[in-house]
Ligand binder design. Structure first.
Ligand SMILES: NC(=O)C1=CN([C@@H]2O[C@H](COP(=O)(O)OP(=O)(O)OC[C@H]3O[C@@H](n4cnc5c(N)ncnc54)[C@H](O)[C@@H]3O)[C@@H](O)[C@H]2O)C=CC1
Length: 370
C-alpha cells in the first residue's frame, strides 16, 4: 500500500544528515532559475536556511495527522504573505526542493521518492496558498511605532509598540517582527499583554549572541522607530470554559505570553487559583518581578513564585524552574502553561509527566522558526 508518511520519512532519512547542504543547494537552484526571488530574502541567508528545513521537517512529521498538517501549513502560507510570496512562486520552490533532495539523496533515491515528494509538495503548496488567500482581508504586515523602550537588565528590554492599524490576536499568541536593521529577517516574539483599547503591544526581548533581530531590538531600536509586525500565531491560549486552577511555568523572557494570559485572566477570573513560577538565572534577570508582584497584590487568586537557577544569594526558590514546581503542589487537577527555551520546556514536560499530569492539560508552544 502507498504510504506517504512512510516514504517521506524513509527518503528524508537519506538526506537528513546533510540538511545544510540540501538547503544551500535548494536556495542556489531557486535563485538561479528565478533571480527576482533573491530580493524577497534577507541579505544573510544562514538563519533562513535552517528555517526552510524546520518547516519541511515539521510538515513531514505531521503528514499523518491531516488536520494538524493542514492547520500548520495554512498558517505558514498566511505568514509567508509578509515575504510577498505569490502563488506562482510555489512551482519554482517545488522544483528546486526536489532537485536538492534528489542530488543529496544519492544512489538510493528512487522514482518512488520523487513521486511522494511531488505529491506532498503539491499538498503543502495548496494548503499554503489557501491559507494566504483566506487572510486576504488583513494586510500582509503591519507597521508599528516603538512608543516605549525600557532596558530592564544587562540584555533584556521591554518594548511597547503602537501598530498604525489594529492587529487582532489572542493572548498567548506570538507575532513576527522585523526591524530596519536587518531587512527581511523576521523573528517571533509573543505579545506580553492582552489586547488594549489603544492597541499597543509589549514585547520582552533578550539580546543573545548571534540573535541579530533580538540584539537590534534591545540595543539599537529607539522610541520613534517603525517595526514591521506580521501574522499572529500560536495555540497557547486560554480555555475560558475550564474551571480548573492554573499553573504557569515561565523561563526567562518566556514570561511574555504568560503575562498576556495573566492579564486576560484579570478581566474575568474570580475563582480559579493561579500559580506563576517565574525562573531566571539571577535576580537581575527577574526583569518583570515588580509588575508581577503588583498584580498579585491586586488579585488574591494569584501567587507568584520566583526562582533563580544561578544566584546562591537569592532569598527565594533556588534551582531550575522545572524542578521548583515539584516542591509545591499537589498539581493533580490543574491546567498548565509552559513557556521558555526549548530545553526548559522539555525539562518541564518531563517533570509534569513524572507527576502524572495528563498531557492534554498542558499547553506550550513549539515557538519555532517558521
Ligand atoms: N521573548 C518571547 O516573547 C518569548 C521567548 N521564548 C523563549 O524563552 C526563552 C527565554 O530564554 P532566556 O530568557 O535566555 O532564559 P534562560 O536561559 O535565562 O532561562 C531562564 C530559566 O529557565 C529555566 N531553564 C532554562 N534552561 C533550562 C533547562 N535546560 N532545564 C530546566 N530549566 C531550564 C531555568 O529556571 C532558568 O533559570 C528563549 O528560548 C525564547 O525563545 C518563548 C516564548 C516567548
Amino acid at each position: 500500500m502507498y504510504s506517504m508518511s512512510r516514504l517521506l520519512k524513509e527518503s528524508w532519512a537519506l538526506v537528513e544528515e546533510q540538511q545544510d547542504k540540501v538547503a544551500g543547494y535548494f536556495y542556489a537552484r531557486m535563485f538561479l532559475s528565478n533571480p527576482q526571488l533573491r530580493d524577497l530574502f534577507p541579505v544573510q541567508m544562514d538563519v533562513q536556511r535552517s528555517r526552510l528545513l524546520g518547516a519541511i521537517v515539521n510538515a513531514v512529521q505531521t503528514v499523518d495527522d491531516p488536520e494538524q498538517f493542514n492547520e500548520y501549513l495554512r498558517s505558514l502560507g498566511r505568514d509567508h504573505r509578509k515575504f510577498h510570496t505569490e502563488p506562482e512562486h510555489y512551482e519554482t520552490v517545488g522544483l528546486a526542493l526536489l532537485e536538492a533532495l534528489r542530488t543529496y539523496g544519492g544512489e538510493r533515491w528512487s522514482p518512488e521518492y520523487d513521486q511522494v515528494w511531488r505529491d506532498a509538495y503539491d499538498r503543502i503548496s495548496r494548503a499554503m496558498i489557501q491559507g494566504a488567500a483566506e487572510d486576504a482581508d488583513n494586510p500582509p504586515f503591519w507597521y508599528a511605532e516603538v512608543v516605549k523602550h525600557e532596558r530592564r537588565s544587562r540584555d533584556i528590554a521591554v518594548l511597547t509598540c503602537q501598530p498604525l492599524q489594529p492587529i487582532e490576536y489572542e493572548p498567548g499568541q506570538y507575532l513576527s517582527v522585523e526591524t530596519r536593521y536587518q531587512p527581511r529577517l523576521w523573528r517571533m516574539y509573543s505579545s506580553a499583554n492582552a489586547q488594549r483599547p489603544d492597541n499597543t503591544i509589549d514585547f520582552h526581548v533578550r539580546a543573545i549572541g548571534a540573535g541579530w533581530v533580538s540584539s537590534a531590538l534591545v540595543r539599537k531600536v529607539q522610541t520613534g522607530d517603525l517595526l514591521r509586525l506580521a501574522a499572529p500565531m500560536g495555540s497557547m491560549t486560554l480555555d475560558r470554559q475550564s474551571t480548573r486552577d492554573i499553573v504557569f511555568v515561565a523561563g526567562g523572557t518566556g514570561l511574555a505570553p504568560i503575562k498576556a494570559l495573566l492579564e486576560e485572566l484579570t478581566k474575568f477570573n474570580r475563582n480559579r487559583w493561579v500559580h506563576l513560577f517565574f525562573g531566571a538565572k539571577d535576580r537581575d534577570d527577574l526583569y518583570d518581578l515588580p509588575a508581577l508582584q503588583e498584580l498579585a497584590s491586586r488579585y488574591p487568586w494569584l501567587q507568584i513564585i520566583p526562582a533563580c537557577s544561578d544566584d546562591p544569594g537569592f532569598d527565594g526558590e533556588q534551582g531550575d524552574v522545572s524542578d521548583v514546581i515539584t516542591r509545591h503542589g499537589p498539581w493533580d487537577n490543574h491546567d498548565f502553561f509552559v513557556s521558555g527555551s526549548p530545553t526548559m520546556v522539555k525539562a518541564t514536560m518531563r517533570t509534569l509527566a513524572g507527576l502524572h499530569v495528563p498531557s492534554v492539560r498542558i499547553k506550550y508552544d513549539a515557538f519555532g522558526d517558521l
